[in-house]
Design a protein around this ligand. Structure first.
Ligand SMILES: Nc1ncnc2c1ncn2[C@@H]1O[C@H](COP(=O)(O)OP(=O)(O)OP(=O)(O)O)[C@@H](O)[C@H]1O
Length: 314
């Protein structure tokens, strides 16, 4: 296909490789996300991108954003992907501040399903964080952005490349002593912390310094007086410093926090309220879509989760 097969392009974001547009596939009339990358970039970037595309080919899971096709137009590479219309978890967090536990459990359940699929194929993601978790209006949650993903060579392979985002990186990734799929489990634990607090641990500290702190310090943990024992236990298990002590994604799917706490309905309400807010002029103001709203009055939050609808950092 060519770019003429897509119309109504609308810029939705800018990543390190290029821009992302929402567009309509003329043949199917269905929306897609188009990543447009200028290949006048460095060889490194092109290689990294080719790796992303090759990796996406053949992936087929409802918990992972689908890749459709790619084509060249002059120096530009166009990549067509499944459009996720609910926003990323980072975008949702910007408005809601932090998520209640049952929403976190719902999000993690889907990401664990994605990881069971990926790890089962000997692949890992390597950059799990709220920004790479996309949602859909019907409450779907999908793992996205495989820009730094790669094949798992073997169980204790020594990887040469240094990938991921400092705050979410496992100690063994920082130390470059070789890592495997358990590094994704660490990043999932940090993401769980991020979803509960609005930001990952050490977020006020310079990323280079964080690289020193992660292997040196005890793993981050949730405050037991603010979160349920099940949630605290889930995060502790993900954040074991020894990767061998971290459970697999399959095992974590069976964890009490995931089995008992998840709620699709509450997540759906957040996504839909965010979308409604975004489509109005209020989106440019310093108002949260939740200000003055009582939509959660009847929604049972788990234990003492504190809601903060006050400030929006936009
Ligand atoms: N399939 C998609 N559906 C809907 N929105 C998407 C999709 N893919 C990306 N986006 C949005 O487009 C924006 C840019 O995404 P992109 O993946 O290019 O970069 P990023 O993840 O923000 O940054 P980086 O590439 O540096 O990690 C983000 O806001 C993201 O939520």
């Amino acid at each position: 296909m060519q770019k003429q097969h897509y119309c109504d392009l609308e810029l939705i974001g800018q990543g390190s490789f290029g821009s992302v547009f929402k567009a309509i596939n003329v043949e199917t009339s269905k929306p897609v996300a188009l990543k447009v990358v200028d290949l006048d970039a460095t060889t490194d970037q092109v290689e990294s991108l080719t790796r992303e595309i090759n990796f996406l080919i053949g992936l087929n899971s409802p918990f992972i954003t689908r890749y459709y096709e790619s084509f060249l137009d002059g120096t530009r590479l166009w990549i067509s992907m499944e459009y996720c219309d609910g926003g990323s978890c980072t975008e949702l967090l910007k408005t809601v501040g932090k998520f209640p536990e049952q929403v976190i459990a719902e999000i993690l359940k889907h990401i664990l399903e994605a990881l069971v699929y990926l790890h089962g194929q000997g692949k890992m993601h390597r950059d799990i964080k709220a920004a790479n978790i996309l949602t859909t209006q019907d409450g779907g949650v999908k793992l996205a952005d495989f820009g730094v993903s790669g094949q798992l060579q073997n169980f204790y392979d020594k990887n040469d490349d240094f990938v991921g985002t400092p705050f979410w990186m496992a100690p063994e990734v920082v130390k470059q002593t070789g890592y495997n799929a358990k590094a994704d489990i660490w990043s999932l634990g940090i993401t769980a912390f991020e979803l509960a607090h609005g930001e990952p641990p050490y977020s006020g500290i310079h990323p280079m310094k964080v690289l020193l702190l992660i292997p040196k310090h005890a793993p981050p943990s949730l405050d037991r007086s603010s979160f349920s024992p099940a949630f605290c236990d889930f995060v502790d298990l993900c954040l074991r410093k020894n990767p061998q002590e971290r459970p697999t994604a399959m095992k974590l799917l069976e964890h009490k926090f995931i089995k008992k706490y998840s709620s699709k309905d509450t997540l759906k309400i957040i996504i839909q309220t965010y979308s409604k807010w975004k489509s109005t002029d209020q989106a440019s103001d310093y108002a949260s879509p939740y200000n003055g709203s009582d939509i959660f009055k009847n929604s049972a939050t788990v234990n003492n989760v504190v809601w903060d609808f006050g400030t929006v950092s936009r």
